[in-house]
Design a protein around this ligand. Sequence first.
Ligand code: HEM
Length: 453
Amino acid sequence: MADMSVAYSSSHGLGEEQSIWFKLTPLLNQENPMQVLMALSEKYSGVIPINLKTQRIMLLSEPAHAERVLVTNADNYTKYFDGLRPVFGRSMITIDGALWQKIRRPQQAAFHPNMFEDYFPYLMSAIETKMARWAEYAESGETVEMVEETWTLAAEMVCKALFDREMPFNPHFVFKQVKTYTDVMNHKSIRLKSVRGELAEVTEEETAKAMEIWGSIPETVIGANIVDHREKTLLNMILEAEADPDFPEFDRQQVIDELKQYLWAGTETTALTLAWSLYLLSQHPEAMERIRTEARAVCGDEDPSWNQVQQLSYTRMVIQETMRLFPPIWALIRIAAGDDEIEGHKIKAGDKVVILSYIAHHSSKYWDNPEKFDPERFAPERAKKRMKYSYLPFAAGKRACIGGALSQIENTLALVQLLRRFTPEYTGPVPAKIHATVTLSPKGGLPFRIRKL
Ligand code: HEM
């Protein structure tokens, strides 16, 4: 049984000392945190119990564990979002039970696939903004940070397609504010930043300021220029729920929190997937070429039409394989409401349970040659043979991601359009280093140079 005694000095209230991310710092703050977790998981047969002074954390990595926690006994496991409240508020991603169901219901229709055709022109328009920017980068030859690039694209897609609003903020600035907060609350060590060559703690005021700016974004979005006066948008569904006199729970704060949630959950994950896929493609130029060949075969020299999107199947498989190798949400955290038993392991009420999607995705029990980049493993005939719950980029069960299907369309279109005009060249170290916090991001970013084709 793994035993970790963890001692931290006072933090003056900065971040969340009790947060699970702090507790796991000794495990995650390593040169290659995923390798360490995989070795431990192998040693302890898929169940790593971590006994701390006041609590127990169970790290689980088998598909059967995910099935129990996320699907068959999901009501026994509640969401864990300590430390992320300023980012998400009390939006639906953080709440449980009847209230979660009530808050989710009026928003669900915005994610039905029959809405995607409406979103299509706005997704394409956001990609055009990005292509104009990349044309400038290609001219100047400057180095760009790819996660920031893809985050700004994903943010514009959410604003235009789901809210019918022009993006009213500087996305590069907002991106930095959220990063300031999530970095600080995740890992004590990252509180130390370099100031004129000296290490200094990021101050409480800096994080407070970052979150104040973040908290003001939803109202700015609501008041921003309307793109097309569409009636059926996610923003209108949310505002109608607020206006419903029979729905007092959906007040203005709920509106603000739901918007914050979309501006983070709908951007960070989509952006990481696209950035990691460009990294993988830079290491596999033959796959990059295949995306271009597929695009030519399906659309000729034209931009894709909505009807052609489904035919871009290889591009989509690249996205799926990227989310297997680099799942943006690599760990799903729950708190056990009552006692349970998972595959012979006793879980006590109050235990924190962490489903390690990353390990299931990299297990040779469920994937041939798991470290190999092989998009074809998502071809329908091969995917059919996959072990259930061995692939969990969007989690599973009733709390699965509401935007999973939409994100794949966003990223398929982005890859096709960007790669037909540009070759992004990765200039960082290979393999890229992982930074495992709430999301799986590249340590120090992914530097690229953009070349025009
Ligand atoms: C590659 C892209 C994405 C990935 C990997 C991803 C992943 C996930 C995962 C793993 C969860 C479940 C978290 C948990 O159980 O603790 C989740 C929930 C959620 N995601 Fe996504 N997501 C993506 C894109 C999006 C997009 C585009 C949106 C919306 C615009 C979105 C909105 C949400 C919301 C609202 C929830 C909470 C659903 C609920 O609790 O009812 N996500 N996502």
